[in-house]
Design a protein around this ligand. Structure first.
Ligand SMILES: Nc1ncnc2c1ncn2[C@@H]1O[C@H](COP(=O)(O)OP(=O)(O)O)[C@@H](O)[C@H]1O
Ligand SMILES: [Mg+2]
Length: 366
């Protein structure tokens, strides 16, 4: 007998600067899901944070010339009600209707703040809905590059040297902060908003004179900024899935088509290459896979994560750059491709992630 279909609530869009990337990921998930096993309920979150049953599903949204698609506000507004799980999502203004009906599992395919950072995960905990991916704490830790550094360092995981700069500190005394950066890190450095992704707001700062510009570009997104020593390194990435016993995928390499892996290189042009498996010595690949699982566990991740590395081929060092708890999820994104190369094709990967969400929810105490 076939299993009952799972009603999968797919959350996409959202308030972050990575809104459009999320729409593209959601579109791919819908296309790939086995309709005999899953019934998808697309739930769009507009840029201003309204939850909608959209009139236009993500697959039909038209992207503007040279840009990426967006959730539009046409649709039925939803409210999240932490009552019975079956009615947790209710259509606003239709109190007696069944709302969106039963949702078995939510897949928040949201990147960046208000999606990948534990906020939506907290809401789903309140509603007692099983959901794919890391819980509140791990999501929040991994999203905050400064906090993740502290926890990963505590676990003995090597990273590039850095300073955390708050906007008010910089405004109060830019000269001494700039001197500290020059003395402790040297140039180039990378200036990064602490809590964002997709390279938004990141600059490569090559000299003392460029530091203020780099910091301002990052402060435009976050009052907490990481200034990190630039490393000359190759970029490796490993997918991890699992709950208590996480497994690592094969290792991939990103070869950015630009000077670094910036937003355009990631999404808007075809200049970058993803190479799977990464052409590195076997011992380096093993080291990256082992570190990926350690980083996943150190941050208390569950479900999935993509762990990104810098490989300094001159010294053989493998440093962790960052952990992404909701990595890009189109079939051409690194995470699904790594799993495909590891013997888990895209539709199967999604099904496994849903199983892990249910397993975690069932194991939860209280
Ligand atoms: N310390 C660094 N040294 C060299 N390149 C870096 C460094 N930090 C970031 N980069 C470059 O910038 C890209 C984006 O930085 P990352 O920290 O991964 O931010 P995001 O979360 O936006 O992906 C990296 O993929 C890499 O190309
Ligand atoms: Mg990155």
């Amino acid at each position: 007998m076939s299993k009952p279909r799972i009603r999968l609530g797919l959350l996409y869009g959202g308030r972050s600067a990575e809104h459009a990337v999320s729409v593209v990921s959601a579109r791919s998930v819908i296309e790939a899901l086995d309709p005999e096993r899953f019934e998808v309920v697309p739930i769009g979150i507009t840029r201003d944070g309204s939850w909608m049953l959209p009139d236009t599903p993500p697959g039909e949204l038209v992207a503007p010339e040279g840009g990426l698609p967006e959730v539009d506000a046409a649709g039925t507004a939803l409210a999240l009600r932490p009552e019975q799980r079956s009615a947790a999502l209710t259509e606003l203004g239709v109190p007696t209707a069944g709302g969106v009906g039963r949702i078995d599992v939510v897949f928040p395919i949201l990147h960046g703040p208000y999606g990948e950072d534990g906020t939506v995960q907290g809401l789903l905990e309140l509603a007692d809905l099983p959901y794919v991916g890391a819980g509140v704490l791990a999501s929040a830790l991994a999203m905050d590059k400064a906090m993740a550094k502290v926890v990963l360092a505590q676990a003995g995981i090597g990273q590039a040297p850095y300073l955390v700069v708050r906007e008010h500190q910089w405004r109060a005394d830019p000269e001494s902060l700039a001197l500290r950066v020059a003395e402790e890190l040297g140039f180039p450095v990378f200036t990064k908003p602490a809590r964002l992704g997709s390279s938004i707001g990141i600059s490569k700062v090559k000299s003392f004179a460029e530091l203020a510009g780099g910091l301002e570009a990052a402060f435009a997104h976050d009052a907490k900024v990481l200034v990190e020593q630039g490393v000359r390194a190759r970029e490796l990435e490993v997918g991890v899935i699992g709950n208590q016993r996480p497994e690592a995928s094969v290792v991939g390499e990103v070869v950015p088509g630009h000077e670094f892996y910036d937003f355009e290189a990631k999404y808007l042009d075809e200049s970058s290459k993803l190479v799977i498996p990464a052409p590195v010595p076997g011992a380096v690949a093993e080291r990256a896979r082992e570190l990926a699982v350690r980083a996943f566990q150190a941050l208390d991740c569950e479900g999935l994560a993509r762990v990104d590395f810098f490989y300094l081929s001159s010294t053989g060092e493998v440093l962790v750059n960052e952990v992404n708890t909701i990595p890009g999820f189109t079939p051409k994104s690194m995470f699904p491709m790594l799993w495909d190369a590891s013997g888990v094709p895209y539709p199967e990967l999604i099904a496994r992630l849903v199983d892990l969400a249910v397993e975690r929810h069932e194991a939860k105490k209280g």
